[in-house]
Write a protein that binds this ligand. Structure first.
Ligand code: MG
Length: 343
């Protein structure tokens, strides 16, 4: 970077002023925003949904291949995704960061460019936060607030036997994007002259570095009078999330391998790495798609929606939680989803 402004030259309050000065308020519910001891929100009779997420360098992201702008964008997306997963609409976020002096003001500006781009895309206000020095590594903590018509929020423990299990978009792509970036990192560390060529992998690399939350699916539900019987977002992998829905609803399930939505790019990348695309779809995390259950009578309402795939159905607890393979075999579903604690 050409110019480097030390954060210490601005001071904490100068930095906050610098980072938030151009931010405009979008939501009527934001009564008071950044600049006081706390923000004030009025949801006008709606219920408030709250979620929070912590992202730690070296555990959740690697700055060697994660552009700061994408990281800023993604830290907002993973939080609004949890709000959508409640069938609610995100309205505000707070963002707190801990950073060491290896970051300059210019680097932080890049990060906030991504944060603001996501706030614009998802129509949320940044209403507060905190900044602190961190001895090592970059730490990002985001809290998102959202609103929902009273009683319309969708939980995980309310699926019924016979309900259809559905997934939005495609799954497994983010994991394969990560696999590619980890390989490129290794090649680069061994031989810095070799520049990565990711032209054919744009889609899956994008799924990892710049995921989108499924605002469109929640809007589709609203427009078509659909209320899922249970829902969550796919952050740890389909098998792990299916098991959450089953356990919390006290049910079994059947998943069909052939119905899992895997993109052509993800299949090609899996082939290249000698990985099973189904395993990637089941166990790869970070796709930020929605997984939900629908009453069978709602099936007609989703047949034309190409972004929703029916992958199975909820069964009695006694029937177990099984995946039926293309070859006609049946296996118990296990949660080998990726787990930040295993790294
Ligand atoms: Mg979630």
């Amino acid at each position: 970077m050409e110019n480097r402004t030390e954060i210490s030259s601005l001071g904490e309050f100068g930095l906050i002023e610098h980072l938030t000065k151009n931010f405009e308020i979008r939501q009527a519910s934001t009564v008071l925003s950044v600049g006081d001891d706390a923000a004030v929100i009025d949801h006008f009779g709606k219920q408030t949904v709250v979620t929070t997420d912590l992202l730690i360098e070296g555990v959740h992201f690697d700055l060697m291949y994660t552009p700061l702008r994408h990281l800023g964008y993604k830290s907002v997306v993973v939080n609004v995704s949890d709000i959508y997963a409640m069938n609610a609409t995100p309205t505000q976020i707070t963002m707190s960061i801990g950073l060491s002096n290896r970051f300059s003001v210019e680097a932080l500006d890049e990060f906030y460019e991504g944060v603001y781009a996501a706030c614009e895309k998802y129509n949320v206000d940044l209403i507060g936060g905190d900044t602190s020095a961190s001895q090592k590594g970059f730490i990002i903590s985001v809290t998102a607030l959202g609103e929902v018509t009273p009683g319309k929020f969708v939980k995980r423990n309310t699926a019924q036997k016979g309900d259809l299990i559905c997934v939005s978009g495609t799954v497994g792509g983010a994991f394969l994007g990560l696999t590619i970036l980890e390989r490129e990192k290794k090649i680069y560390l061994e031989n810095p002259q070799i520049q990565p060529d990711l032209e054919n992998e744009k889609f899956i690399v994008g799924k990892l570095l710049k995921p989108e939350a499924r605002k469109d699916i929640i809007e589709f539900f609203e427009q078509n009078g659909i209320v899922p019987t249970s829902m969550m977002d796919v952050s740890d992998g389909v098998s792990s999330e299916v098991l959450h829905l089953c356990r919390q609803s006290n049910l079994g399930c059947r998943i069909y391998e052939e119905k899992l939505p895997v993109s052509e790019e993800a299949k090609a990348a899996a082939f290249k790495f000698g990985l099973d695309p189904t395993a990637c779809a089941l166990s790869g995390g970070e796709d930020y798609e929605l997984i939900f259950t629908l009453k069978q009578e709602d099936y007609d309402k989703i047949t034309l929606q190409e972004e929703i795939a029916v992958i199975g159905y909820m069964a009695d607890l006694e029937e177990g939680r099984k995946i039926l393979t293309k070859g006609g075999n049946s296996f118990d579903i296990t949660a080998q989803g990726w787990n930040a604690f295993q790294q």
